[in-house]
Design a protein. Sequence first.
Length: 145
Amino acid sequence: MAELVQAAPVRAVEPEPDPGPSSWFGAGPEPDPGPEPPAAESAAAVYRHVQAGEEFQEIRREYRSFVFPACAAFLAWYLLYIIAAVTLPALMDRQVAGPFNVAWVLGLLQFASTFLITWLYARHARDRRDRMALGLRWETQDRLR
Protein backbone atom coordinates (compact mmCIF):
# COMPACT_ATOMS: atom_id res chain seq x y z
CA MET A 1 0.00 0.00 0.00
CA ALA A 2 1.12 3.49 -0.73
CA GLU A 3 1.91 5.68 2.18
CA LEU A 4 0.07 8.97 2.55
CA VAL A 5 2.35 11.94 2.60
CA GLN A 6 1.22 14.89 4.63
CA ALA A 7 1.88 18.22 2.91
CA ALA A 8 3.32 21.15 4.78
CA PRO A 9 0.79 23.88 5.64
CA VAL A 10 0.52 26.65 3.06
CA ARG A 11 1.28 30.14 4.32
CA ALA A 12 -0.22 33.21 2.69
CA VAL A 13 2.41 35.72 1.69
CA GLU A 14 1.49 39.36 1.36
CA PRO A 15 2.81 40.80 -1.91
CA GLU A 16 5.09 43.78 -1.66
CA PRO A 17 3.68 46.96 -3.18
CA ASP A 18 5.00 47.77 -6.62
CA PRO A 19 7.47 50.63 -6.25
CA GLY A 20 6.75 51.86 -9.77
CA PRO A 21 8.75 52.00 -12.97
CA SER A 22 11.26 54.59 -11.76
CA SER A 23 12.70 52.17 -9.18
CA TRP A 24 13.12 49.46 -11.79
CA PHE A 25 16.13 51.32 -13.16
CA GLY A 26 17.50 52.47 -9.80
CA ALA A 27 16.33 56.07 -10.13
CA GLY A 28 14.50 56.06 -6.79
CA PRO A 29 11.02 57.38 -6.06
CA GLU A 30 9.55 60.07 -8.25
CA PRO A 31 9.58 63.58 -6.78
CA ASP A 32 6.33 65.28 -5.78
CA PRO A 33 5.20 67.35 -8.78
CA GLY A 34 4.02 70.20 -6.53
CA PRO A 35 1.70 72.89 -7.86
CA GLU A 36 0.83 72.94 -11.54
CA PRO A 37 3.07 75.07 -13.71
CA PRO A 38 1.78 78.41 -14.98
CA ALA A 39 1.41 77.01 -18.53
CA ALA A 40 -1.44 74.76 -17.29
CA GLU A 41 -3.23 77.78 -15.90
CA SER A 42 -2.94 79.58 -19.22
CA ALA A 43 -4.23 76.44 -21.00
CA ALA A 44 -7.27 76.40 -18.71
CA ALA A 45 -7.84 80.08 -19.46
CA VAL A 46 -7.62 79.40 -23.20
CA TYR A 47 -10.17 76.60 -22.97
CA ARG A 48 -12.52 78.73 -20.87
CA HIS A 49 -12.21 81.52 -23.42
CA VAL A 50 -12.98 79.09 -26.27
CA GLN A 51 -15.97 77.66 -24.40
CA ALA A 52 -17.40 81.14 -23.86
CA GLY A 53 -16.84 82.10 -27.51
CA GLU A 54 -19.56 82.40 -30.12
CA GLU A 55 -18.09 79.71 -32.41
CA PHE A 56 -18.19 77.08 -29.66
CA GLN A 57 -21.73 78.08 -28.71
CA GLU A 58 -22.77 77.76 -32.37
CA ILE A 59 -21.32 74.22 -32.48
CA ARG A 60 -23.30 73.32 -29.35
CA ARG A 61 -26.48 74.83 -30.81
CA GLU A 62 -26.06 72.79 -34.00
CA TYR A 63 -25.46 69.64 -31.97
CA ARG A 64 -28.50 70.18 -29.78
CA SER A 65 -30.71 71.13 -32.72
CA PHE A 66 -30.28 67.60 -34.05
CA VAL A 67 -29.73 65.39 -31.00
CA PHE A 68 -32.65 66.47 -28.83
CA PRO A 69 -35.38 66.15 -31.50
CA ALA A 70 -33.88 62.90 -32.84
CA CYS A 71 -33.77 61.36 -29.35
CA ALA A 72 -37.30 62.49 -28.60
CA ALA A 73 -38.60 61.08 -31.89
CA PHE A 74 -36.85 57.75 -31.43
CA LEU A 75 -37.99 57.44 -27.81
CA ALA A 76 -41.59 58.17 -28.84
CA TRP A 77 -41.35 55.62 -31.66
CA TYR A 78 -39.92 52.99 -29.28
CA LEU A 79 -42.56 53.63 -26.61
CA LEU A 80 -45.30 53.47 -29.26
CA TYR A 81 -44.02 50.01 -30.24
CA ILE A 82 -43.98 48.83 -26.61
CA ILE A 83 -47.41 50.25 -25.83
CA ALA A 84 -48.87 48.74 -29.00
CA ALA A 85 -47.38 45.35 -28.11
CA VAL A 86 -48.98 45.47 -24.67
CA THR A 87 -52.34 47.07 -25.40
CA LEU A 88 -53.12 45.90 -28.95
CA PRO A 89 -52.14 42.22 -29.16
CA ALA A 90 -54.73 41.47 -31.85
CA LEU A 91 -53.31 44.18 -34.11
CA MET A 92 -49.72 43.12 -33.49
CA ASP A 93 -50.62 39.48 -34.30
CA ARG A 94 -52.12 40.35 -37.70
CA GLN A 95 -50.26 38.61 -40.53
CA VAL A 96 -48.57 40.91 -43.05
CA ALA A 97 -46.59 38.65 -45.39
CA GLY A 98 -45.81 34.98 -44.91
CA PRO A 99 -44.74 34.31 -41.33
CA PHE A 100 -44.32 38.02 -40.55
CA ASN A 101 -46.91 39.82 -38.49
CA VAL A 102 -47.23 43.51 -37.58
CA ALA A 103 -45.08 43.04 -34.46
CA TRP A 104 -42.22 41.59 -36.54
CA VAL A 105 -42.43 44.40 -39.07
CA LEU A 106 -42.46 47.11 -36.41
CA GLY A 107 -39.60 45.41 -34.56
CA LEU A 108 -37.48 45.29 -37.71
CA LEU A 109 -38.34 48.92 -38.38
CA GLN A 110 -36.85 49.72 -34.96
CA PHE A 111 -33.49 48.48 -36.25
CA ALA A 112 -33.92 50.31 -39.53
CA SER A 113 -34.73 53.57 -37.74
CA THR A 114 -31.63 53.16 -35.54
CA PHE A 115 -29.42 52.91 -38.62
CA LEU A 116 -31.26 55.80 -40.27
CA ILE A 117 -30.75 58.07 -37.25
CA THR A 118 -27.07 57.10 -37.10
CA TRP A 119 -26.62 57.96 -40.77
CA LEU A 120 -28.50 61.26 -40.36
CA TYR A 121 -26.38 62.14 -37.31
CA ALA A 122 -23.12 61.47 -39.16
CA ARG A 123 -24.30 63.55 -42.13
CA HIS A 124 -25.44 66.38 -39.86
CA ALA A 125 -22.11 66.39 -38.02
CA ARG A 126 -20.12 66.34 -41.26
CA ASP A 127 -22.15 69.09 -42.92
CA ARG A 128 -22.75 71.47 -40.02
CA ARG A 129 -20.27 70.95 -37.17
CA ASP A 130 -17.06 69.26 -38.21
CA ARG A 131 -15.55 72.20 -40.14
CA MET A 132 -16.38 74.66 -37.37
CA ALA A 133 -14.98 72.31 -34.73
CA LEU A 134 -11.80 71.68 -36.72
CA GLY A 135 -11.24 75.40 -37.17
CA LEU A 136 -11.81 75.99 -33.48
CA ARG A 137 -9.43 73.16 -32.63
CA TRP A 138 -6.64 74.60 -34.77
CA GLU A 139 -7.18 78.04 -33.31
CA THR A 140 -7.04 76.63 -29.78
CA GLN A 141 -3.87 74.67 -30.51
CA ASP A 142 -2.23 77.78 -31.96
CA ARG A 143 -3.03 79.72 -28.77
CA LEU A 144 -1.54 76.98 -26.61
CA ARG A 145 1.81 76.94 -28.44
